[in-house]
Design a protein around this ligand. Sequence first.
Ligand code: KIV
Length: 258
Amino acid sequence: MKNFKIDKIIKKKNKSKLICLTAYSKNFSKILDGYCDIILVGDSLANVLYGMKNTHQIDVEIMIRHAQSVKAGVKKSLLVVDMPKNSYLTKASAKKNAKLILKKTGCDAIKIENTVKNINIVNAIVKSNIPVMGHIGFTPQFKKKFKVEGENSKELKKLLNLAKKIEKAGAFSIVLECINKKSSRKITQEIKIPTIGIGSSQYCDGQVLVTDDILGLSGFYPRFVKKYANLDQIIKSAVKNFKKEVQKGIFPKNINSY
Ligand code: KIV
């Protein structure tokens, strides 16, 4: 069955850069929707929202809750939801959980982190008519220690092979996370579906970042993040003013009272 929203994303390859950001709730997705091609409910919410040390404890139910909130603010962007670790270990559980996420949230697609061992899972989900975004390079569900990937020709060969397999399995795009510039350029040139980079250079077909990072809310600013705002300072100043005005009896005034 033809999926026009997905086709639109694929057709942007070599034409215009794809814009993707994460959202975990409606107030954010409502704003992002005006500017993004893709909004991702990433399992990074584990670290960013819940203060966990990795993404491993997040389950399908939590992803569904956040995706429902995000969906309430989305009118036009493609809504992609991360499948949490251990929710796609077998073809049967992957299909069951992907279907549940789509049914409960009304999202357009799911994302899974890839290894050579789960290409059959991509294919199984795609065959049940659910669009899949792949994810290679530094994949936090599978890798404990941060490392830039694709730094030599052997690593590039492995990544390229994996990307081609994911494409063949039917994915509509692939996130390249923290992959060396030359390697991400080669992968982007060699596959027909769009690559969405995070820490993987300007050569990708699009870029994704964690919204809380670019707004200065997360406190996590590795080299690949650019802080476009210091919302932490704006929030601090608003809260400080509220405190001061309540203490001095300036707020609430009659106009704020019933
Ligand atoms: O979980 C997430 O937010 C992600 C992006 C960083 C790509 O996977």
